[in-house]
Design a protein around this ligand. Structure first.
Ligand code: AMP
Length: 526
């Protein structure tokens, strides 16, 4: 019959009140070892509030109103309960995801009512958490990987690597627990299963980058776009976002481009997609996102917001996974296969002047800055490290703090989310909020200072006299209806507290507007 759903629900309850990570790990490891083979993958997914692996586009499509109806009608029938098993719950959730068509809602409700009728109150609680994908039991993939390593006595690195390659924690659990180290070592990338993208750390200067990369490295434009991983085998093309969701349907123009240019023999490439205006310069990020979120009338919007592909990596080719090859090798192969106009702009150099010129060129072309990649580095899926470094010359504004929210978690007890405003005649208008950039000592100082400037408060927010000026770095000014000012900063973080400046010295909303327009000198506008 298999494990009861109640045993999983109870585990979740215990995990919720267990704060020590290694204790959580042990609890999960013990539980996993007690399971039947076909329960292992479902359990690890359910523990992180997922029914399907990250890259799987299936969803339950159950909203709150549906769930409320289900809970009300389920209460009325408390006849004989049949003990719920993990297998039944998981199968039912799978069945729910399959249901489509105009009677879908009713059918889903029927299946859910049947489940709830057989559930205890603890089980209902856990079921709801799973259905809405919010477990709140302090278990994430990191904890699960550790638990799998403990349960199967396999080195942590090996389990992590398997997850990066498959992107499927359920599959990794099954293989670790049933086939051990040998099984995990046999895992390789598969076409149409996206790998987690390798990420970059922030660098503060070109000098720092050259030093970190032993004097010479490759610099590429850091395109102001969206990361994509493109898989092709035969006539089938699938394109995945940085978060591994399948975005193929929203970008048919890129699919066509890929069909014309990528070999059919099985290939995975990575790159960045930018939206381009009529002058060939990139459009703001906001416009690009309109392409990725659109699923109807895609062709029409493709005409207004055309896309450009900038490839920079080759992860799989002709049946061979290339992530353990050096970047130099991967790029050289990519260059042989792909036409130059689809490749990222890059330069290999050991010369600071060249780097600065290249950085200027990237900014003038409307991009964010540069990426630097060690030529001898392997591709580490999902890892953020110093093999890839990003350099962004951020712009700054001097803004006034006019209110602050109390922090939670590590920032509990501190006023730490600051409402940042530009001056506008004798008023101040918010253009962003941030909790980024200050040290702990500065948070403490700021909390005290803001309380002394308090003019009113709610349980969450303290409004203050506009007095403190901060220098705020940001990546882009966006048009926004969120604030009355009409603008919002993207990626705002405080660089310095400007005690030397008074609110009179703060940037004005007119200056913000000018900067916003200037962005389009480098960028295009539709
Ligand atoms: P960030 O989002 O600031 O952590 O920077 C990493 C992101 O930069 C990647 O996920 C890509 O979307 C993007 N990017 C732009 N140009 C490149 C490039 N040449 N190589 C790698 N990533 C790039």
């Amino acid at each position: 019959m298999g494990a009861s759903f109640n045993s999983l629900a109870k585990l979740c309850q215990v995990l919720e009140v267990t704060s020590k990570r290694n204790e959580k790990t042990r609890l999960i490891a013990d539980y996993l070892k007690s399971l039947e083979v076909n329960e292992m993958a479902p359990v690890v997914l359910l523990l992180i509030g997922q029914v399907f692996p990250e890259f799987d586009s299936r969803t339950l499509e159950i909203g709150w109103s549906t769930m409320k109806r289900v809970l009300t009608s389920a209460k009325q029938t408390t006849l004989l309960k049949q003990e719920l098993t993990i297998k039944r719950v998981y199968q039912t959730l799978n069945d729910i995801a399959q249901i489509q068509g105009n009677k879908a809602r009713r059918q889903k409700e029927r299946l859910l009512v049947a489940l709830i009728n057989d559930s205890t109150s603890t089980e209902v609680e856990v079921l709801l958490k799973i259905i809405f994908g919010e477990m709140r039991i302090g278990v994430n993939e990191g904890v699960l990987i550790e638990a799998l390593s403990v349960a199967s006595d396999i080195p942590l690195n090996l389990v992590r690597r398997a997850l990066m390659l498959t992107g499927n924690i359920g599959e990794v659990a099954l293989i670790s627990l049933t086939q051990g180290e040998v099984g995990l070592k046999g895992i390789t990338a598969e076409i149409f299963v996206p790998l987690k993208p390798m990420l970059a750390e922030i660098a503060d200067s070109p000098e720092g980058i050259l030093k970190e990369h032993d004097g010479k490295t490759v610099f590429e434009y850091k395109f102001d776009g969206a990361r994509v991983q493109i898989h092709r085998l035969g006539d089938e093309v699938r394109i995945y976002s940085r978060r591994l969701t399948d975005v193929t349907e929203s970008i048919p123009d890129i699919v066509n481009l890929v069909k014309e240019n990528l070999p059919k023999s099985g290939i995975i490439v990575e790159g960045e997609i930018t939206a381009t205006g009529s002058t060939g310069k990139p459009l703001p990020f906001q416009d690009l996102m309109r392409r990725f979120t659109r699923t109807n009338q895609v062709e029409k919007i493709a005409e207004i917001i055309p896309l450009k592909l900038h490839l920079f990596d080759l992860l799989y080719y002709n049946g061979r996974l290339l992530i353990d090859e050096s970047y130099e090798t991967r790029w050289n192969l990519l260059k042989e296969i792909m036409p130059t106009h689809l490749l990222a702009e890059r330069t290999i150099t050991d010369n600071l002047n060249d780097v600065n010129k290249f950085l200027d060129a990237a900014i003038n072309a409307g991009h964010e800055g540069l990426m630097a990649k060690r030529l001898d580095s392997m591709y580490s899926p999902g890892a953020r490290g110093k093999d890839w470094l990003k350099l962004k010359p951020a712009d700054t504004l001097d803004l006034v703090i006019i209110a602050a929210d109390w922090g939670s978690g590590r920032r509990k007890g501190w006023l730490s989310n600051y409402h940042l405003a530009a001056s506008d005649d004798d008023d101040f208008k918010i253009i962003g909020k941030t909790f980024k950039g200050l040290t702990d000592d500065e948070f403490r100082w700021m909390t005290k200072r803001l309380q002394s400037l308090k003019v009113s408060e709610t349980s969450y927010t303290v409004t203050v006299k506009p007095e403190i000026v901060v220098e705020v770095a940001f990546n882009e000014i966006q048009k926004s209806s969120k604030y009355h000012s009409g603008f919002a900063l993207r990626f705002a973080r405080i660089k310095r507290i400007r005690l030397d400046k008074s609110p009179k010295d703060a940037n004005t909303l007119n200056q913000v507007r000018d900067k916003f327009k200037k962005q389009f000198k480098m960028k295009d506008e539709i």
